[in-house]
Each structure stands twice: as structure tokens, then as C-alpha cells.
Design a protein around this ligand. Structure first.
Ligand SMILES: NC(=O)c1ccc[n+]([C@@H]2O[C@H](COP(=O)([O-])OP(=O)(O)OC[C@H]3O[C@@H](n4cnc5c(N)ncnc54)[C@H](OP(=O)(O)O)[C@@H]3O)[C@@H](O)[C@H]2O)c1
Length: 323
């Protein structure tokens, strides 16, 4: 169940951002087939944003679900501005660029109409503010989002990349069903500060980049690193990737011992944290959709969980935190 009173959805969702070529080429027909396969395989929450691929990702999701709308739980986000004609406040990120953010009620209203049109739906199941706007109190942003719920254009509200204080303030304005934050074995900080507050308030944690942008699958190594968005992630940069390979070698060894893939073990570990954690792995390949979904049937015993816990402590991964 997503949040205290949310719908029952597949415990592993599907992150569609990678279909925009961030980690390698993907064409539309491959993307549509992969989304449809994910849905048929039980990954009902499809995660997109009006930012991914300059909004193309929402169009792609819309085309994929057109005749099977009721099988999908569509989650999208607004607030990162990529249109030069729209204003916004600069937000510095940890990967050497800044994002333009707009969380004003006027922009929220426009963004909603555009997302509905691109997704070709009457109602968005879960609508997130992608990042808090440094120039707009979160109460104002959420109040505008709450109006979308009242008008029947949105079912549930979410926040992404927020502090615990922002979650508390937002939740007073309107119930928040889910908070999206990076959470994985190589970025586990959310477990210590954010998750306790979410549990107190009955909010689900949707774990973005649950496979460490591919690192935790064991397939991205210093000797085969591709030229993709990963290059701007400090955890993959310079010597950090090799350092991280060495530090996570014991984790890869545990996966091999158990006869599961590192991707499956990463997702299974997250699912063992509680029924309120929803990983949304992304892949361009149907075979990997299936592999990832099978993680939901892996049962990890206490000694194995303890061995993984020892590895997952914050600070294990080399490279600055990205938000
Ligand atoms: N809220 C936010 O600010 C935010 C930020 C980032 C991401 N997200 C969301 O989180 C979703 C997932 O994040 P992500 O795509 O960045 O990272 P991810 O899911 O951690 O990793 C994706 C990478 O792992 C590879 N992969 C997936 N399954 C695999 C498997 N079984 N074996 C080997 N490799 C595998 C994919 O490659 P192939 O495609 O080649 O399989 C891709 O390179 C996004 O789609 C997006 O919806 C949200």
C-alpha cells in the first residue's frame, strides 16, 4: 500500500527516465515495449517526469499505456524547468550544473495541464514536486497541488528530494502519499533521517536510482565505463569508480554465493526494509525488467541481512552525495 491510505500497487515500480538515453541509446518503440512489458510483469507504478527528455518521456509513457490505462499507476513530477521562456530559481546540484526550479502555484497549474496532455490521461495517479523551489514556500506549492486533487486531475501527492522539515510542513497542508529520494546500498542516508519521519507520518518512500545508476548491478566497471550521464556523477569519476568497485566487492560476492544477481540483491535488500519502500529501477531491456522484478520473491535470512547491513553504512561509497 502506497502511504497510509494509498492504493495497493506492485512493490517494485519501473523508472522510465533511462528511456531518454541518459545511460545509452534507446528508441521509442523499444521504450514503449519495455514499459508495456513492465506493466504486464507487475511493475504497476511507472515513474516519469516532465523533465526527462525535455518532457518526451511523458509522451512515451502516454503512448505505452494508451489502451491499458487501468493497468498503470502513473507517477510524474513537475518543477524542474527546461523551457527558456519559463522563469525559475537556480538550484546548485552536486554534479557541476544547476537546475532551474519553479514551484509557484501559477507554474504548477500550467505544468499539470501539459503533463495530462502528454500522458493522454484525465488523471495523474501520483504527482510529485520534483525539487522544492528555493524561492517558494513549500506550503504554497503543495496548496496548489492540493487544488489539482480537489479538481479530480490528480489522485495522490508526492514530494521528491526534500528535507524532513519540508515533508512535515507540506504534510500539514495536504496528506503526502510518497516521498521520492535516492536510496540504495551506496546511498543509504535516507534510512537514518528521512525514513523515520515518513514512517511517523505514514508516507511511503520511493527509492530512486535503487541500482546506484547501474553500479550496484556489477556491470559498470572502471574498464568498461560508457560515455553517458554517469560521467558527471562523482561516484563514477576518476579513481572513485575503482575505489567503489573494491569496496563493494564483498557485496557482489554475497550475490554470487546466494545465486542471485547483484541487481536482484540490491532490490531485495531494499524490499526487506519494509512494505513502505518502493524501488523504481530503470532499464531499457525487457530481460532485465524480469530479472529486477524477480527480486520481490527473494527471501534474505537474518545473517545475510546483517552482512549486507555492515556494508551499507553511509559513507562507504566514494564520491560526493548527489542531490
Ligand atoms: N526524483 C529524482 O530526482 C530522480 C532522480 C533520478 C532517477 N529517478 C527515477 O529513478 C528511476 C531509476 O533510476 P536510474 O535509472 O537513474 O538508476 P537505476 O535504476 O539505479 O539504474 C539504471 C541503470 O542500471 C542498469 N540496469 C537496470 N537493471 C539492470 C540489471 N538487472 N542488470 C544490469 N544492469 C541493469 C540500466 O541499464 P540498461 O538500461 O542498459 O539495462 C541503467 O544503466 C529513474 O528512471 C527515474 O524514474 C528520480
Amino acid at each position: 500500500m502506497l502511504g497510509k491510505s494509498g492504493p495497493v500497487i506492485g512493490c517494485i515500480g519501473y523508472g522510465a527516465a533511462g528511456l531518454e538515453g541518459y545511460y545509452g541509446a534507446s528508441d521509442d518503440s523499444q521504450g514503449i515495449d519495455t514499459i508495456r512489458y513492465a506493466l504486464s510483469d507487475g511493475q504497476t507504478m511507472i515513474d516519469t517526469s516532465d523533465f526527462y527528455g525535455h518532457s518526451h518521456n511523458e509522451t512515451l509513457v502516454g503512448r505505452a499505456i494508451k489502451d491499458i490505462r487501468n493497468q498503470a499507476f502513473v507517477a510524474t513530477k513537475f518543477g524542474i524547468v527546461h523551457d527558456d521562456n519559463e522563469s525559475g530559481r537556480n538550484l546548485a546540484t552536486g554534479w557541476g550544473m544547476s537546475l532551474k526550479i519553479n514551484g509557484t502555484p501559477a507554474y504548477a497549474g500550467k505544468a499539470l495541464e501539459r503533463s495530462l496532455k502528454r500522458l493522454e490521461v484525465d488523471e495523474i495517479d501520483l504527482w510529485y514536486a520534483h525539487y522544492p523551489d528555493p524561492g517558494t514556500p513549500i506550503e504554497e506549492t503543495v496548496d496548489a497541488m492540493a487544488r489539482a486533487v480537489k479538481s479530480g486531475k490528480v489522485r495522490y501527492l508526492g514530494l521528491s528530494n526534500v528535507t524532513t522539515e519540508e515533508v512535515r510542513r507540506a504534510h500539514k497542508i495536504h496528506p503526502i502519499a510518497a516521498v521520492q529520494y535516492e536510496y540504495s546500498l551506496w546511498r543509504s542516508e535516507a534510512e537514518y533521517d528521512l525514513l523515520p519521519v515518513l514512517r511517523e507520518l505514514g508516507i511511503a518512500l520511493v527509492a530512486w536510482s535503487p541500482l546506484g545508476s547501474g553500479f550496484l548491478t556489477g556491470t559498470i566497471r572502471s574498464d568498461n565505463m560508457d560515455r553517458s550521464t554517469r560521467q558527471s556523477n562523482p561516484r563514477f569519476a576518476g579513481n572513485n569508480l575503482k575505489t567503489n568497485e573494491d569496496r563493494f566487492a564483498p557485496f557482489m560476492a554475497i550475490a554470487a554465493e546466494l545465486g542471485v544477481t547483484p541487481a536482484q540483491l540490491s532490490l531485495a535488500w531494499l524490499l526487506h526494509k519494509g512494505p513502505d519502500i518502493f524501488p523504481i529501477p530503470g532499464t531499457r531491456r525487457m530481460g532485465r525488467v524480469k530479472e529486477n522484478r524477480q527480486a520481490a520473491s527473494i527471501v534474505l535470512d537474518e545473517p545475510t541481512l546483517r552482512r549486507i547491513e555492515e556494508l551499507a553504512r553511509p559513507g562507504l561509497a566514494e564520491g560526493a552525495v548527489l542531490i
